[in-house]
Design a protein around this ligand. Structure first.
Ligand SMILES: NC(=O)c1ccc[n+]([C@@H]2O[C@H](COP(=O)([O-])OP(=O)(O)OC[C@H]3O[C@@H](n4cnc5c(N)ncnc54)[C@H](OP(=O)(O)O)[C@@H]3O)[C@@H](O)[C@H]2O)c1
Length: 199
């Protein structure tokens, strides 16, 4: 188990209470990753988080966003702090983070978790009941979910998608995206050309 969670409070005391509550709920006295949720109270929360990382309570710290409107502030935060992780929204149907944030993460050596790899299900609606294109076999994808996840995972910055699901068989399907081949640069472009007219 690799546990990541977030703190979503403005103030120092409320942030501390929120993070202590995460320990109570999760059990144990340390876990892998704590993130500032949507840049809320970033400077204040990072101060506590850096201290607790020193104490071994978190192995890694980071910040998250899922909205283009925060990309400017995200960039400032990534330049101002040596973060282990950033989490942002990126998918075959939403590539706005590519130009600046993903480049910056690569330059600064920050690992990237990708939220909304299915655009909250929007990509599934876009493809509907279309059969998988022939190129899906070239990347060992047997479902649309695997196509979408392999697109994210094949970005040169080495992205880690965190798909949400309420169904065990979807979790299994999604885990299978970690097996087999990934698209190369040329196939990534073909995938973008396939999806764009459907969105
Ligand atoms: N700012 C932030 O920090 C932030 C913002 C947004 C999200 N997140 C995090 O990102 C993660 C993902 O977010 P999300 O769940 O909203 O978006 P998502 O992963 O893009 O999409 C989830 C949707 O896809 C469906 N789905 C999942 N696997 C599927 C499969 N194999 N086949 C068909 N449908 C499938 C799910 O339905 P079923 O339930 O039916 O499987 C659900 O409707 C979460 O951990 C969330 O906490 C963070």
């Amino acid at each position: 188990m690799w546990i990541a969670t977030k703190v979503d409070r403005e103030g120092q005391a409320s942030g501390i209470a929120r993070m202590e509550r995460s320990f109570e709920l999760l059990g144990g006295d340390s876990f892998e990753l704590m993130q500032v949720h949507n840049l809320r109270g970033t400077e204040i929360q990072l101060e506590t988080m850096k201290e607790w990382k020193e104490q071994g309570r978190f192995r890694y710290i980071g910040v998250t966003t899922s909205n283009d409107r925060q990309y400017g502030s995200m960039e400032e935060t990534m330049n101002a702090h040596q973060l282990d992780f950033v989490q942002l929204d990126y998918s075959l149907g939403n590539r706005n983070a590519e130009e600046r944030l993903l480049r910056l993460a690569e330059d600064r050596g920050m690992a990237v978790l990708v939220n909304l790899p299915f655009g909250r299900g929007r990509l599934f609606n876009a493809v509907g009941d279309r059969p998988l294109p022939e190129w899906a076999a070239d990347i060992d994808a047997t479902s649309w979910a695997q196509v979408f996840l392999k697109y994210v995972m094949s970005h040169p910055a080495g992205l880690i998608p965190i798909p949400g699901t309420t169904k065990p068989h979807h979790a299994e399907d999604n885990l299978n995206a970690a097996r087999g081949r990934l698209p190369d640069a040329a196939l990534r472009v073909e995938m973008e050309r396939y999806i764009d007219p459907l969105l």
